[in-house]
Design a protein around this ligand. Structure first.
Ligand SMILES: Nc1ncnc2c1ncn2[C@@H]1O[C@H](COP(=O)(O)OP(=O)(O)OP(=O)(O)O)[C@@H](O)[C@H]1O
Length: 287
């Protein structure tokens, strides 16, 4: 029997506020659907500016969900209070792209990794023991705990960021371009580490990247984002490039989006709502 998904996004819309006279938020993600099972990697791939990062930020509660839902373990997490969101940090963690800016330069590596453990109530002794275990699990020596981030290479820093993300034993990690800032050989080592961690812990990844090869290497399933929509999704093994397509990062998957009729209906609804809004504005302007 299939198990319920760990994460389920349904008709997810994400908007950013805009400064200015009208102050109407601008919608960046226009109603996407995807699911991630426990222990699975779902890759989100697409060209720059397509909305990949915004999808990850919505899952993390860092971008405002303006429509639809994000469910984690059956619970809608799209509109949590700051306190509820902090409590979710135990289950959903993040690894960002830039290993140089994502680690606090004033803290030792040990303090960085131990921070979430201390917040969760671990004693300093337990946090230290667990920190050394985590360093070992990401392939760093125990003396790394007493050094500062600036003493490490980009790849090593990303290992620290991964250890920090693993500290609360999350069930999902949002990986936002985690290897894009690294050279090729370091990229493959960090990807292999992520795969190994998944095998050992059963953690799921939402893996955001513009790089098809990277996404294919790590993902079980892939969604292709274009202009804020998932235009295609399917198993990673069936992803192929479409070289004749007008935009460079456009990818062609063998499997179409699961329910094209529902998607078409949502598109029609969006157009209708937009037209109704314009009509209201025109009437208000004329009054
Ligand atoms: N905080 C923000 N406020 C307003 N607009 C934003 C904000 N963050 C991103 N955007 C806009 O949203 C769109 C999608 O950005 P997003 O970062 O999600 O794309 P992406 O596919 O991850 O691209 P990249 O690979 O270049 O990071 C872009 O047009 C971007 O300018």
């Amino acid at each position: 029997m299939p198990t319920a998904p760990l994460l389920k996004a349904r008709d997810l819309k994400v908007s950013y506020p805009v400064r200015g006279f009208r102050k109407r938020p601008i919608e960046i993600v226009h109603g996407v659907d995807f699911e991630i099972a426990a222990g699975e990697t779902y890759g989100v791939v697409g060209e720059s500016g397509s909305g990949k990062t915004t999808i990850g930020r919505a899952v993390l509660g860092l971008a405002s969900v303006s429509g639809g839902t994000v469910e984690f373990d059956g619970r809608d997490i799209s509109h949590l209070s700051p306190g509820e969101r902090r409590a979710m940090a135990k289950d959903i963690q993040v690894v960002f792209q830039d290993p140089y800016s994502s680690l606090n330069p004033a803290l030792t590596v040990g303090e960085i990794i131990a921070e979430p453990l201390v917040v969760q109530g671990s004693t300093p002794k337990d946090a230290r023991r667990r920190t050394l275990e985590l360093l070992d699990s990401v392939g760093l020596p125990s003396d790394a705990a007493d050094r500062l981030p600036r003493e490490f290479s980009g790849g090593q820093r990303q290992r620290v960021a991964i250890a920090r993300a693993l500290a609360p034993e999350p069930r999902l990690i949002v990986c936002d371009e985690p290897v894009s800032a690294l050279d090729l050989s370091t990229q493959s080592k960090v990807l292999d580490l992520l795969l190994d961690i998944q095998r050992r812990t059963g953690v799921a990844y939402l893996f955001v990247s513009h790089d098809l090869a990277v996404v294919r290497h790590i993902s079980h399933r892939v969604g292709v984002v274009y202009r804020g929509e998932i235009v295609e999704q399917g198993p990673a093994s069936r992803v192929t490039l479409a070289p004749d397509h007008p935009y460079t990062q456009r990818l062609l998957l063998a499997a179409p989006v699961a329910d094209p009729i529902a998607q078409e209906k949502r598109r029609a609804d969006r157009i209708r709502l937009r037209d109704e809004q314009r009509l209201r504005e025109a009437r208000a302007g004329a009054a």
